[in-house]
Design a protein around this ligand. Structure first.
Ligand SMILES: [Zn+2]
Length: 280
């Protein structure tokens, strides 16, 4: 199964070329999709972006104690995952305290413990879907509140349309701590061909087939959409929906993996310039 895991940079490039934002202009500054001369270089790149994603979660206030975990596959050993250390605040995650773990949640490399309850859920999804490169999960205020409704997001804006027919509501195992592998397996049964899930009575999950950057940005976007829908519904006025055909068009153009990756470049730029200790 794992031999199906492909090097994703070319897939991201193909996705980029379908985007209306892909630059046709010559000689201007625009984020370039990286290429790597060695697996070590690619591993370092993934670890740095995973750290940046954790720091971005800290900035956003997704720091409910030790709840929350982010994973990205190792480029050489795709059956192993880099993840944030347990009980380390997202703002304190750095390259040197990341941990590498296997499907069972056993630490292969690193000094810290793993959040096994959460990791098992991630690992089950990763194992069932070899194409999923990275995942994010946290117990956020608006995402968890919205998840209590047991409903999907409505396409009330262009931003929300990015998730139109591209997320699911998972009702199984709702509200139980995800310590059982069974819980993870029930999630992975559902987590097919979509980039996000609203786990009823629990919180949000996002997945990327390309990068931790895309998974992290779409998590931030999903939390924001949950907040916006709750705000709109609190008015008691029925919102105007983006029609399905226009929602699909928006999703194709502003909801792709490439667009998630591209949005994250602004976050990466800000964090890498202001928080150099993340590279330690
Ligand atoms: Zn959780």
């Amino acid at each position: 199964m794992l031999d199906k895991v492909k090097h994703t940079q070319s897939a991201l490039q193909q996705d980029a070329q379908r985007s209306i934002y892909y630059p046709k202009q010559e000689g201007v500054i625009f984020p370039q999709i990286p290429s790597f001369a060695s697996v070590e270089e690619e591993r370092r790149h993934r670890k740095e972006r995973l750290v940046a994603a954790c720091r971005a979660f800290a900035q956003q206030g997704y720091d409910y104690g030790f709840a929350g975990h982010l994973t990205v596959r190792d480029p050489e050993h795709p059956e192993l995952y880099w993840t944030n250390p347990m009980c380390v605040h997202f703002s304190q995650v750095k390259v040197s305290n990341l941990i590498l773990a296997d499907h069972k949640g056993r630490v292969v490399e690193g000094d810290y413990a793993i959040n096994r309850a959460g990791f098992v859920l991630h690992a089950a999804v990763h194992e069932a879907h070899p194409d999923i490169m990275a995942m994010c999960h946290a117990h956020t205020v608006y995402g968890t509140a919205f998840a209590a409704l047991g409903r999907p997001l409505d396409p009330i804006s262009q931003d929300a349309a990015a998730f139109f027919e591209d997320h699911i509501v998972i009702k199984d195992e709702a509200g139980q701590v995800a310590v059982e592998e069974k819980a993870g397996l029930s999630v992975c049964d559902w987590f097919k061909d979509v980039k996000a899930a609203i786990h009823q009575n629990h919180g949000l999950l996002t997945a990327s087939r390309h990068s931790i950057e895309s998974a992290a940005f779409w998590f931030i976007a999903l939390e924001r959409c949950c907040q916006q829908q709750l705000l709109v519904e609190a008015t008691g006025i029925k919102p105007v929906m983006v029609p399905p055909d226009r929602s699909r068009y928006s999703r194709e153009h502003v909801g792709s993996e490439y667009i998630g990756w591209l949005h994250f470049q602004t976050i990466w730029d800000q964090l890498s310039k202001t928080q150099p200790d993340m590279f330690d």
